[in-house]
Write a protein that binds this ligand. Structure first.
Ligand code: DX5
Ligand code: ZN
Length: 218
């Protein structure tokens, strides 16, 4: 059986206490870092200088999710800065395969994200050059939204291709993951679960991570 991995999203943390917030999720597998540019999505968060500052104190490797236009220009910088994984949106890339090569050459895993309405089929060939597939289960832009169950069909398809040896990918899901939704996502074949409000909204984020992991493994 797969071992479920949890990536808390710093988007739901207290931005005035970022260093402490990384310590509170020290048991996580990856720390999810949502970069938004107010163009690709209607929200603005943080960029490379904040990523570097967070990474310098984080006990957990960074999983950078770039919800930005022109990722070809910006993504390799996050890899050079030491991110474990750098994910770009398929809808925003001009040449995803070339960008995956650049991200990998700079030392990170390369991830491709697809919005809820974006079909997986269009990108099956491109995904040969990626290490991670991020299936968005909410419209990107904000934490605390409701899980869109329909996207699990894309997870099932990706799982089938990975298990058949046709693709080598970490299957990651992002948006609305909590105690009520994680089991169906796990059943569909997710490896890595991003959870923002479900982890940082808990009194004890460490306990919330352990509980989610256990639920996903059941
Ligand atoms: C949304 C972000 C998510 C967000 C998830 O655009 O990509 O990573 O932090 O938050 P929750 O888990 O609260 O849906
Ligand atoms: Zn995200």
């Amino acid at each position: 059986p797969r071992e479920p991995k949890i990536a808390p999203s710093l988007l739901s943390a207290d931005f005035a206490r970022l260093a402490e917030e990384t310590q509170r999720v020290a048991d996580a597998d990856w720390l999810h870092f949502d970069v938004m540019d107010a163009h690709f999505v209607p929200n603005l968060t943080f960029g490379l200088p904040v990523m570097q500052a967070v990474q310098a104190v984080s006990p957990v490797p960074l999983d950078c999710h770039l919800m930005i236009e022109n990722p070809d220009r910006w993504a390799p910088g996050y890899a050079e800065a030491g991110a474990r994984n750098v994910t770009v949106h398929a809808e925003a890339c001009t040449d995803p395969r070339a960008l995956a090569r650049d991200i990998r050459a700079a030392g990170a895993l390369a991830g491709l994200a697809i919005k809820p309405g974006t079909p997986l089929e269009t990108y099956l060939d491109v995904l040969r050059d990626f290490d991670t597939l991020l299936v968005m289960s909410v419209e990107p832009g904000f934490g605390g939204q409701s899980f869109i169950t329909d996207v699990l069909d894309k997870v099932r398809t990706a799982r089938r291709l990975v298990d058949a040896g046709e693709l080598t990918l970490v299957v990651e899901i992002d948006g609305g993951i909590n105690a009520d939704t994680i089991e169906q996502a796990a059943e569909a074949g997710v490896d890595m679960f991003v959870a923002g409000s479900a982890v940082y909204g808990a009194d004890d984020p460490g306990k919330a991570i352990a509980a989610l992991r256990q639920q996903a493994a059941a």
